[in-house]
Design a protein around this ligand. Structure first.
Ligand code: FAD
Length: 553
């Protein structure tokens, strides 16, 4: 008699989910496996710093899930919720993005972690992150944009800010990112005649007393020296306090003026995982040693999202739990699949047990540090080891070939500095510290500003007519519309009277909205007349706005 197949849903197509699903495919006669992921590809996160450095093309650091997981149903959809009583997962999917409930018998949660920078004022608004493919792509675009703007910058302060790059956090993501970005900048400089190597400042900021905390101290020491030799200023034992669009403030009160902050800190719980009301600790779902979620039959968790004990009686000590690395997530995924197969067959489940085989970190300029099976290696040999290891680890033959070709090409050809996409989104939050200038007289207006938190003051002085105007803006109030809509491109002085957050909408997006919705047009005309008077144009500007203005922050 044919066995009734169990429906297994795997939510999340990263290391944990993919390797669990792959192994489950061997039990096809017993399972009907479906993997749900918001992208139709798997991201090899350890290669993201190389994508940011333009060493690898972004599409080559990923592999299509349908190619990796033949025989398994793939669904590109966003998981929105889980109903544990009804045993369904709700997703939005497809062209019309309608919510759909998918039933399961067994559920594997493999959604990874999110980035949470809320503890640091200004960092959520201004820091670039390094978690997804689009993050890496955005960083590459941003760095090249800074070089483009610095090459033509007339104000020395602005040029200095554009040429200062700050990476916060010195785990392997931070170290590899700072090293790769530094390489990209210096390799690209020969195409920017107005920028000298000495003008580049790259910082690595770490709260702990040393970098690479998971590496032996002597290798971390070697890595620090190498990064310093490459011109990177490594600051350890110092936290980050806050950030604005033009600076990062450190815990000791020092301020680094910069237009580039990359945060590799702040691993936080995935918002959906947090909403599921499962037992959580340190932002991760508590499981037993077999990766079953505590108190929930038929629910499993794996990878970064799961807190999997490595010992029988774990204490409040992170060392007693599986670390959040790809190396572990792969083994956890395979072991979880074995346990699920064992459960269905009525066999005994095995506790997860794995000891790290070592760690590798690239330091740029063909150097790396590695500790493999207890043997420490540094320099070029470690770099070769690093490349060989990741090549063998990459899933899918086609991905391996493409990455290898990229690496070889990179030795002989210059970095690709083509800007195929703007670095700036059309809408974003901006954090200002008390006293920061938001807009200055004579500046070309770049967008529409709505105060979300704090208070800002506008002052306009017309020297010809001796008219003076001032007003303050609090939460919900806005400015910029007069200049955008009344054919004047120039603005007054706007200063933050206290630490403030502002929602900025680009000129282009604002004008599209204002033109598309007649009630907005009416509202703004009334507002301008009420606030400034019908005939009041303070500063002469161009009547025709024939060009788009790039954001200045
Ligand atoms: C830049 C960087 C470098 C790293 N380098 C190394 C390294 O050198 N060595 C190492 O061992 N580890 C490294 N890591 C850590 C490693 O990548 C992670 O530990 C690993 O990816 C965790 O796997 P995971 O399956 O738990 O989560 P992830 O790989 O994050 O996968 C989660 C998946 O869930 C999907 N998802 C999330 N939310 C939803 C939703 N609502 N609906 C549908 N799908 C969703 C995501 O798109 C993603 O595909 C690095 C990480 C980063 C960010």
């Amino acid at each position: 008699m044919p066995v009734e197949k169990k429906k297994v849903l795997v939510i999340g197509g990263g290391f944990g989910g993919v390797f669990a699903a792959k192994k489950l495919a061997s039990g096809k006669d017993r399972f009907d496996v479906e993997l749900i992921n918001n992208n139709n590809y798997f991201v090899f996160q350890p290669l993201l710093p190389e994508v940011a450095a333009a060493t690898i093309h972004s599409s080559d650091a990923v592999a299509p899930l349908r190619l990796l997981l033949r025989g398994i149903q793939i669904r590109q959809a966003e998981v929105m919720g889980v109903d544990f009583d009804k045993k369904t997962v709700t997703v939005v999917q497809g062209f019309r993005r309608v919510p759909v409930d998918l039933p399961y018998d067994e559920l594997i949660i493999a959604l990874g972690m999110s980035v949470d920078l809320k503890r640091f004022p200004g960092l959520p608004e201004h820091a670039l992150t390094m978690k997804s493919l689009s993050d890496a792509h955005r960083l590459r675009t941003h760095v090249i944009s800074c070089l483009e703007m610095a090459d033509v910058a007339k104000e020395p302060d602005l040029k200095r800010e554009l040429l200062t790059f700050v990476v916060v956090g010195a785990g392997f993501t931070g170290v590899e990112t700072v090293a790769e970005v530094n390489d990209l900048i210096h390799r690209a400089l020969k195409y920017y005649p107005n920028i000298k190597h000495e003008e580049i400042k790259v910082y690595l900021i770490e709260y702990a007393n040393r970098i690479l905390p998971t590496f032996p101290a002597d290798l971390a020491e070697y890595a620090t020296k190498r990064l310093r030799m490459q011109g990177i200023e490594v600051k350890t034992g110092i936290g980050t306090k806050s950030a604005t669009s033009t600076a990062v403030e450190l815990a000791n009160g020092s301020v680094i003026p910069t237009r580039t902050i990359v945060a590799t800190i702040g691993n936080g719980p995935h918002r959906l995982v947090e909403s599921l009301n499962l037992g959580m600790q340190w932002g991760r779902i508590k499981t037993d040693r077999f990766m079953r979620v505590l108190g929930h039959d038929g629910i499993w968790a794996v990878g970064d999202a799961a807190l999997i004990p490595l010992v029988e009686q774990p204490a409040e000590d992170p060392m007693h739990y599986a670390p959040q690395t790809a190396q572990f997530a792969v083994r956890e995924g395979r072991q979880l699949a074995d346990n699920l197969i064992a459960k269905v067959k009525g066999e005994e489940l095995k506790p997860f047990a794995y000891t790290s085989k070592g760690s590798l970190a690239s330091l740029g300029m063909s150097k790396a540090v590695a500790e493999v099976y207890g043997i420490k290696v540094s320099g070029f040999l470690a770099w070769l080891l690093w490349r060989g290891f990741y090549l063998s680890f990459l899933p899918g033959f086609a991905t391996k070939v493409r990455v290898l070709v990229n690496w070889i090409l990179n030795v002989f050809v210059p970095p690709n500095i083509a800007l195929v996409q703007s670095a700036m989104p059309g809408t974003r939050y901006i954090h200002y510290r008390k006293g920061d200038k938001v807009l200055e007289p004579g500046m070309l207006i770049d967008g529409f500003y709505t105060v979300v938190k704090g208070e800002l003051k506008l002052t306009i002085d017309n020297l010809e007519t001796e008219e003076h105007f001032e007003r303050t803006f609090g939460p919900g109030e806005h400015f910029g519309e007069r200049v955008l809509l009344k054919s004047s491109l120039r603005t007054g002085l706007v200063v933050a009277r206290e630490d403030s957050i502002v929602l900025w909408i680009s000129q282009r997006d604002f004008m599209r909205f204002a033109r598309a919705f007649p009630f907005l047009d009416t509202y703004f005309k009334d507002y301008i007349d009420r606030t400034f008077g019908p005939d009041m144009i303070f500063a002469p500007g161009s009547a025709e706005r024939s060009h788009e203005i790039e954001p200045t922050h």
